[in-house]
Design a protein around this ligand. Sequence first.
Ligand code: SF4
Length: 261
Amino acid sequence: MATKTTKRKARIAKALTKARKGKAARKKPPKAQAKADQKALHGDTPPWSKAEVEEAFRRFQAAMPEPKGELHHINPFTLVVAVVLSAQATDAGVNKATPALFKLADTPEKMAALGEARVRDLIKTIGLFRMKAKNVVALSEKLIAEHGSQVPNTREALQELPGVGRKTANVVLNMAFGQPTMAVDTHIFRIGNRTGLAPGKDPLAVELKLLEVIPEKYMLHAHHWLILHGRYTCLARKPLCEKCIIADICKWPGKSVANSE
Ligand code: SF4
């Protein structure tokens, strides 16, 4: 009995020393974190229970009941344009260029009349601006010719517009038409795999898994909660696990916060 008590005391003392030195919440070295991300991509992160998914989204909702996208736009048309421009660019970078563009052209007719050369000049600070200017003018012309200058509200019709892929269509359906879609960008792809919430080898696999696991009542805003979480907390290189509101639920082996017992 005495030996058992001594051993227990020794274990507690060791744990206390570790905690006092901060080892319990010490950041894992970048190499270990990168390795953990690689493992996660191979589907090695444990899955979440239904209750854990519910609790995580309950917290996201409590922290931010009405999350908003950060791309500046005035109407569904300028939203489509802004999302097309945001491919492989930051929202902040796009937001610097679009006020001048949308001041001159906030409808398909005005954009088509502006012409490719002028649009190119107005968006030249954004990556891939040549191809994007071409697409923006071409999609404006297609909206005029085939949709009465209105942005269509179906995935099929949206994806037929030049420069509009599945992700862009999902953003537009969600933000302009209130449909519970999930646009998987680099942040959501990372979070889905890293945390174990929705592992998948490509964005479509992660999208479908998220649609499967997220309770319907959270779907409308889930896209924004996850993007904002990835942009400001679960950062690619240095995730801020210490400030994370779902740290105790997250399954990433590289996280720097211990699970609560
Ligand atoms: S604890 Fe939070 S910030 Fe850290 S990896 Fe998990 S979800 Fe990302």
